[in-house]
Design a binder for this molecule. Sequence first.
Ligand code: ATP
Ligand code: PRP
Ligand code: MG
Length: 281
Amino acid sequence: MLRVAVPNKGALASAASEMLGEAGYRQRHEQRDLTVLDPANEVEFFFLRPKDIPIYVGSGELDLGITGRDLALDSGAPVTETLALGFGGSTFRYAAPAGHDWTVADLQGKRLATSYPRLVRDDLARQGVEAEVIRLDGAVEISIQLGVADAVADVVGSGRTLRQHSLVAFGDPICTSEAVLVHRSDSAESRAKAQLAARLQGVVFAQQYMMLDYDCPRELLDAAIAITPGLESPTVAPLAVESWVAVRAMVARREVNRVMDALAEVGAKAVLASDIRSCRL
Ligand SMILES: Nc1ncnc2c1ncn2[C@@H]1O[C@H](COP(=O)(O)OP(=O)(O)OP(=O)(O)O)[C@@H](O)[C@H]1O
Ligand SMILES: O=P(O)(O)OC[C@H]1O[C@H](OP(=O)(O)OP(=O)(O)O)[C@H](O)[C@@H]1O
Ligand SMILES: [Mg+2]
């Protein structure tokens, strides 16, 4: 039985559960459930704090886990990314009171509050800056106001929390994070682990692409195919009217509107975009 850790709450929990559900795995019905057995897929899921997940996986107690890249790095646990999952995107950045043009060198001798002390210490050491790192569990942005720190290093999503506290981010991001599937670094590969990773990869790809269907006059087909080359090559099927064909191709989701405009411009009709739920590429 494969043993897999999933975030039980916080920023990654609901998207992680949704992705596993989309990949065909049984998910918990009650928020309070800490384990779910999925006998059909021979997997047992454990719902844990995302910060603890690299520890469980790194110790070898659990085979795979979903957590944040920043949390995995900060844990120092011996885990390796199996797969990036494309949600829970954030950056981890230094920030300090607005109104001053801060650089990382300005942190020399200062007090720096963070929930990710290892990430920060490693980065400061790389940059040759000595600062006092103060470990807090959360709500780090308020620590400057409360006189505990001079600057912070914290997760930035939309940037709203920084603005609310009149802080500005500075320096290169210490880490660019997203949700990741991790395994123990020295663990042996197994069919069961590879299959769960392949299923999640199928959902990740599916979310990055859309399926485009359109009708196209036969004489314009070459121009249309140049716009939608698909992954291997688009499917081209005859229509009842001989001078027209139906075309089907996968398109990167972020490009879909630009591609639809271009198809309409060359003379394609009935251009339809639809979601893909899962796939194996
Ligand atoms: N606002 C956000 N936008 C995007 N990702 C975020 C955001 N906040 C946190 N994350 C990501 O979620 C993960 C951890 O956040 P989460 O909120 O689940 O844990 P926590 O802050 O340690 O716990 P909690 O807030 O429940 O006490 C990290 O990988 C982080 O990068
Ligand atoms: O840039 P934003 O979109 O505003 O998001 C960033 C905030 O979100 C997280 O906090 P969370 O809500 O997890 O609370 P915490 O600080 O107590 O962990 C993070 O620690 C930042 O405070
Ligand atoms: Mg949080």
